[in-house]
Design a protein around this ligand. Structure first.
Ligand SMILES: Nc1ncnc2c1ncn2[C@@H]1O[C@H](COP(=O)(O)OP(=O)(O)OP(=O)(O)O)[C@@H](O)[C@H]1O
Ligand SMILES: [Mg+2]
Length: 313
């Protein structure tokens, strides 16, 4: 909290200073033009030098524009640093907590006379921690790779959507320890999409993971997909969870963005998942949209993709 307050004041000081400078320059420009204008009107001698007044005014306007641009870019820079700051906090937490849990499990495993089922339980916990670490590292690397990615780097194949959705659902069930019917897949087994399988898997995985993570138990997650008339396919992942307010529906796709809400903050996350989803869907030639009627009203993530991705570059 203290850090957030400090960051907020570090943004407001340069913005206030910049705004004061712009206002002073504007006042100076207006006053100076007014006085000079009066003098020119009275004295025929300097009337010939009107171009000097115009040149001065133009230089002033230019200075003000540069100042405004400078303040905007400064504020953007500070906001970016603020996001990186939140990211480092999340990364540290995401790395530290499974590592601490792994250490504890290993120490317990090292004890003499441990029952077989206790040993099995520890092994299961360790596998979950490793899975969490792997998913997290994948997201960080993917987000970084996407910053440099160019279109045309896709590996296209015919992907059976129902099989892919089932695989992702199973991975999420195991990660969040859900019952089979907490995530239901309603996709025609015949539905094929020509796209990059690895990219689509990351997309669907992230969406199902969020749907499960931001729901109370028992979760009610549904995955549907259908072919649209315009040769596109519509994939929807819906949940009956905590929902998203109108003002956040677009922001959730920004890098490192997490909704400022107790219910969100008590769940682990870095705010990278949906940025990765958005960037990958764009690369696949599609669109993604978050729909929700608000807090506590559940969420539907809608992905629209071409049935066959156009091969480019
Ligand atoms: N199904 C959902 N229901 C409610 N809120 C959601 C849902 N999906 C995403 N959000 C909101 O959008 C934010 C961004 O989601 P995103 O997946 O990018 O990050 P995350 O889940 O916080 O972390 P991670 O990078 O581990 O996925 C979340 O923090 C949450 O506030
Ligand atoms: Mg997520």
């Amino acid at each position: 909290m203290a850090r957030r307050r400090k960051i907020r004041s570090s943004i407001s000081i340069p913005i206030t200073l910049g705004a004061i400078t712009v206002l002073l320059s504007l006042a100076l420009l207006v006053g100076w033009s007014f006085l000079l204008g009066q003098k020119i009107a009275r004295s025929a001698e300097i009337a010939g030098d009107v171009w000097l007044l115009v040149l001065g005014a133009l230089s002033f306007v230019l200075i003000i524009v540069v100042l405004v641009l400078f303040v905007i870019s400064l504020a953007r820079g500070i906001i970016e640093v603020r996001k990186q700051d939140t990211f480092i906090d999340s990364v540290t937490h995401e790395l530290k907590s499974p590592l601490a849990s792994l250490q504890l499990c290993l120490e317990t495993l090292g004890r003499q006379g441990l029952e077989d089922d206790a040993r099995e339980k520890l092994r299961h916990m360790m596998l979950q921690d490793v899975d969490r670490l792997r998913a997290f590292i994948d997201d960080v690397l993917e987000a970084n790779r996407l910053s440099y990615a160019r279109p045309g780097m896709l590996n296209l194949s015919d992907v059976p959507l129902s099989e892919l959705a089932e695989e992702c659902a199973e991975a999420v069930r195991s990660r969040h320890e859900l019952e089979p019917d907490e995530i239901r897949v309603y996709v025609d087994p015949e539905l094929l999409v020509t796209t990059d399988r690895a990219a689509l898997e990351i997309v669907v995985n992230n969406l199902i993971d969020n749907a499960a993570k931001y729901s109370e138990r028992p979760a009610r997650v549904q995955i549907t997909a259908r072919r649209e008339s315009n040769n596109r396919v519509l994939i929807e992942v819906s949940d009956a969870g905590i929902g998203i307010e109108q003002k956040d529906l677009k922001r959730v796709f920004h890098r490192f963005y997490r909704v400022e809400d107790q219910e969100v903050r008590q769940r682990r996350g870095t705010g990278l998942g949906l940025f990765v989803v958005w960037a990958l869907v764009k690369q696949l030639g599609g669109d993604v949209q978050a729909l929700s009627k608000g807090r506590g009203q559940g969420t539907t993530m809608r992905v629209e993709l071409p049935m066959a991705h156009a091969v480019s570059g």
